[in-house]
Design a protein around this ligand. Sequence first.
Ligand SMILES: [Zn+2]
Length: 109
Amino acid sequence: MERPLTDHEMEVLRRLTAVDKPEAPDVRASLNYLVVDDECDCGCDSFGVRDPRFPEQDHHLQSWVDARSVDGVTTLGLLLGSDGRLKYLDIYTPNQGHLPTAEDLEILP
Ligand SMILES: [Zn+2]
C-alpha cells in the first residue's frame, strides 16, 4: 500500500540529503516524486520509499547517510537501494521509534 510522504517525512529527507556526496544531486532530484511503499511492522516511524519513474529496486540496502537528534536519543540512517536511489529511512535504537523533526537532526560523519 503506497501513500504520499507526510510533510514531516519530506522535511527529514530534505535535511538528510543536503549532503556533499556523489549521489546527492540525483537523490535530491528524486524527492518530489517519492511515495512511501513500506512501513515498519513494529510501529516505529521507519519507512521505505520509491520513485515511481524507475523500476523497483531489489531488497539489497546500502547505508548512505546517518544522523542523530541533537538530544542524542535517536539515531537514524538513510539507505539506498541497489541502483543507488533512496530506499529506506531506518530509525535505530535506543528510542521509541519516533522520527525527530528535521531541525533536530545533525548529520554524522
Ligand atoms: Zn520499526
